[in-house]
Design a protein around this ligand. Structure first.
Ligand code: UDP
Length: 259
């Protein structure tokens, strides 16, 4: 891994220089953090699963016309992506009350929202990613009005698509986080979907049992994180029956050999 130039190391992923200009390699780690990295741990095999899940979702979004940074998966933990300038805003889409919305406004977790809510948070770890309004985005020039219109339109389309995709596999899409990046073509730029979509940044509840199949298992010390992520991958058809454990075993074998 040290053969390549590292561009950036985040909490769950590392970015390396890509093989051609304008490309990067996105490496998925098993590291998990919560509460602005005050809680740290690892979820064994998470990186392998998130790489596959995100590849699948970004590919499907591409087929409905959502532009994304995803180019192709390279191996179990890496994908080739387009280099973008990340818009410093986390876009959270909510269908059901949970997490910070419930705590902040006292709305019981699991309450179906009468309409979808889009929220924006300023990406700044030192500030703890504070919630912001359109006014702050315009005032501080974090994104133009045109970019925000495109982002909001894409967020709604992505939500509609993903709600259906997950409903089809018996999963309720409670909420999720998106990030967007600017792709420059000469002096013009357009915003495209970046980062990842995986159980790390989504709340996914089993429709019949209500069981959590996402990072809340880690945040709330519920246990069974790896199994939950595997279950999402399996239901999406990304693991053949019986292959789930094999993927994780293969990966730990590979890591033991130091590859
Ligand atoms: N989320 C995320 N990264 C963050 C904050 C939130 O991926 O830095 C996701 C989170 O997994 C959930 C949704 O965004 O699916 C809404 O999170 P919320 O605001 O409820 O915050 P939390 O309860 O996770 O602190």
């Amino acid at each position: 891994m040290s053969r390549r130039r590292m561009i950036y190391e985040g909490k769950a992923k590392i970015l390396y220089e890509g093989p051609e200009p304008g490309t990067l390699i996105q490496y998925f780690k098993d590291d998990a953090t919560a509460f602005n990295a005050q809680k740290r741990g690892t979820i064994s095999g998470k990186g392998v699963l998130n790489n596959r899940i995100s590849e699948h979702i970004f590919t499907l979004l591409g087929t409905i016309g959502i532009p994304t940074h995803f180019l192709r998966r390279l191996n179990m933990r890496e994908q080739l992506i387009r280099q973008v300038e990340i818009v410093p805003i986390e876009v959270v889409v909510r269908n059901v009350a949970a997490g910070s919305l419930s705590t902040r406004l006292g709305i019981e977790e699991g309450t179906q929202l009468p309409r979808t809510i889009i929220e924006y948070y300023y990406k700044d770890d030192a500030l703890g990613d504070p919630m912001i309004a359109d006014e702050h985005i315009a005032c501080f020039g974090w994104a133009s009005q045109e970019e925000m219109n495109d982002i909001a339109d894409m967020a709604i389309r992505i939500n509609d698509f993903l709600c259906g995709l997950f409903a089809g596999i018996g999963v309720r899409l409670v909420d999720f986080k998106l990030e967007f990046g600017r792709l420059w073509e000469n002096e013009y730029s357009r915003v495209i979907l970046a980062d990842e979509i995986s159980p790390d940044g989504c709340r996914l509840w089993d429709m019949s049992s209500g069981e959590k199949l996402d990072k809340d298992r880690f945040r709330r010390d519920l246990g069974g994180e790896a199994e939950a992520y595997q279950e999402v991958a399996r239901r999406l058809g990304l693991l053949k029956e019986g292959e789930a454990n094999m993927v994780l075993d293969l990966d730990s074998h590979r890591k033991m050999r130091g590859k």
